[in-house]
Each structure stands twice: as C-alpha cells, then as structure tokens.
Ligand binder design. Sequence first.
Ligand SMILES: C[S@@+](CC[C@H](N)C(=O)[O-])C[C@H]1O[C@@H](n2cnc3c(N)ncnc32)[C@H](O)[C@@H]1O
Length: 397
Amino acid sequence: MDGSLNPQHESIENIAQPTHNERARQRFVSSLRKRVMVDMAQSLRRAYEHEVLPAFKQAAKRPPRDGREIRRAMLEHRYFRAWSSLRYVAQELTWWTVLPQVERNAARINAVAKAVARRAGPGSLRLNPQLPIPRDVSAMDIHLMPGCFHTEFHPDDAVMGAVYNHGTQVFSAGLKLRVKGGGVANSIAQWLRVRFPTFKPKRILDVGTTDGKNLLPYLDVFKSAEGYGIDVGAPMLRFGHALARSHGYNVHYAQMDARQMDFPDGHFDLVVSSFFLHEQSMSSNRAILKEIHRVLRPGGAMVHMELPPADECDPYYNFYLDWDAYYNNEPHYAGFRAGDPLQECVRAGFAAKSTFKTRIPNYTTVPDAEFAAVARGARPAPAHGNGASWFIFGGVK
Ligand SMILES: C[S@@+](CC[C@H](N)C(=O)[O-])C[C@H]1O[C@@H](n2cnc3c(N)ncnc32)[C@H](O)[C@@H]1O
C-alpha cells in the first residue's frame, strides 16, 4: 500500500470519504442529536416543571434536593424515556455511521500514518507498546465508541484515531461544538491571550490529547511554542501525528500514562486538557494533577476544560448533565462533578490563591468584543450547555 499523500487528500482526516448515502446518514444523525439536545431537551424540562416537579412536591412536601432525586422522579416519565432512548441511539449512531467509511479506507489510513511518521518533518511520535492500558480506558467502550481509544486491529493501527476524528465531527456538527476544529483549545488559548497578555508559553503539553484536535489551536495563538501531546492510545497518537504534520505543526506525541510521565521536572510552561479528567477515577485524577504540578515550571499554568461541578449548577441541570454517567459508559462522570476541582489542585501542590475556576464563551460562536469582555470579567459568560461556554479550572505554579 502506497503511503504517499494523494494531492486530493492533503490531510489524513480527508482519506476516509463517505459515500453519498453515508453522508446523508451522518447528516441525519447530526440533526437527530441537535433535535435531542436542543429542542427535545426544552420539552423535557417542561415535562419536569409541569408534571414531575408538582407531583414530587405534593408527595414529599418539598422540592427535590439534588439531581439524583430528580432522576428517580423522572425515570418513569414517558418523555424522559423517549428522550433518553433517542439520545442513546443518536450516540451509538454517531460512531456507527462513520465506521463503514473508515473500515473501507483502513489500510490506506494506516499506511499514510506510517509513511508520515517515517518522514522527516516537524514534531515526533514516540510509542511504547509495553505501556499497560489503564482500566479507566480498557474496561469499557467510553461514550459508546466501539473499540474505545486504544484498540488495535492491525500493525501500526491508526483506525480508532480516524473513528474518533470523524465521529466527533458527526457528534458536534449540529451543535457547533468543534467549529473549525478544536473549539475548546481555541477558546482557552484566546482567554489566556486576553487575560494574561504577557504569558507566552514555549512548551505546551496536552494530557489525554486523543487526536490532538484540542492541542493544535494553542500553536496558532502561541506561534513560537512547541506542542506536546500524550495519550495511552497508540491509534489516536498515530492519527494525530499524521494530522499535525500534514498541517505543518510542531508537535511531539508520546504514548504515556499521565499518572507517571517521563518528562523532567519543570519542563512545561503550560499544561492543558479537555474532556479528560471526568473519565478518570478519583485516584487517577489525583495522581495526574500531581504529575502536572511536577512537570510545570514555576510560574507555569495548568488549565483544564471540564464539566462544571455539581455545586455550580441547579439540581435540574445536575440531573440533566449526569445522564452520561448512567447511559454513556462514563462511570466517573458524576463522581468527578461531585468533587471540588480547586481543592484537588491544592492537594496536588498548587497554592490556593493561585487556583482559579471560571466559565468562558466558545470563542468560535461569539463576537471578539464579547469574548474579551467576558475574559476581562466585565460580563458573564453565556449559560453552560451545548457548547455555548466552557467551564475551566486550574492553577499557576
Ligand atoms: C475524551 S478523550 C479526550 C479528548 C481530547 N482531549 C479532545 O479534546 O478531543 C480522553 C483521552 O484520554 C486518554 N487517557 C485516558 N487515561 C489516560 C492516562 N492515564 N494517561 C494518558 N491518557 C489517558 C484516552 O486514551 C483518550 O484519548
């Protein structure tokens, strides 16, 4: 199999093209997700407010205390059942609709990833076939993605990277979550630029980088920086490395467990993650935050985009958000949200006064002036949900 990039396919993410019918199915799934997450979500809230809440209050002589009580009350409601089933199906179809195009092109995806890695070019790829895959990853197909992040079917396999890359586009197409790719990273990088104008990180590490989509935008904002991305899943890194190279980014990818990194102390100016920590057990999270503190230089910053903690949300939104814990193979989701992220930063070694948590708008969906006003603290961020704003927390060492 020829691993040279066909000029028509300038990037590895363009190799697995859908047929007309596959594209139609993917568009249907993106629209279904939008229907479920936006329109039906509003009707679900109305069903709660007009039927479930009054019945609960009548029986208990008080409103529900938390999201778990609301969940128990909603479980039997016909609208919740219909909504939840559709949401589950839309999640499964997100992956299933991209599998045919990826499987059809698997040999070429793998050959191109291998050929790109062999070529001289910016960045590097360091794999460790001996690395044990943590149970947080190997025990189940997280968010119902068949094969999860680590499964390899062939030698030099990058296929799961392609499934993740294409699937997340279907996942977010109706919701503008990853407009132009890497919406989270773009938002955080722009927030850092506005909020801390003198901060110019030279080495940036993204932990749990997956295909690196939420690492690359940092390098657009901090142009002289080198990117580092670690993950336990080799297929993600092979795909991400080819992707970064085809766009000319200088990124060093390594297969490594974030609980025990092999970087020297104080190596990085900025350590980031997105959609990562809520997939870890509490003990893993503590080990990871400690490691991040170790590899940051004094004065360096750590920023995580994560789910908002339960104590920052009303009980209904907690019920709504924690759906993933029950139906989407996200066993640590609710436990993570129940914790206090700033306390965890302090436990990892950050001084309490140097920790922060806030919400920032999605940079790709608001005008620059509005984004800057929120970043400067002059106005509040849009409400959380469907990618309108991101919850971030972290600390400065
Ligand atoms: C939900 S994904 C992160 C998504 C990605 N950051 C993004 O924004 O698109 C979680 C990633 O963390 C990786 N991971 C899980 N446990 C890890 C660990 N202990 N060390 C390094 N990576 C890990 C998984 O393999 C997976 O690729």
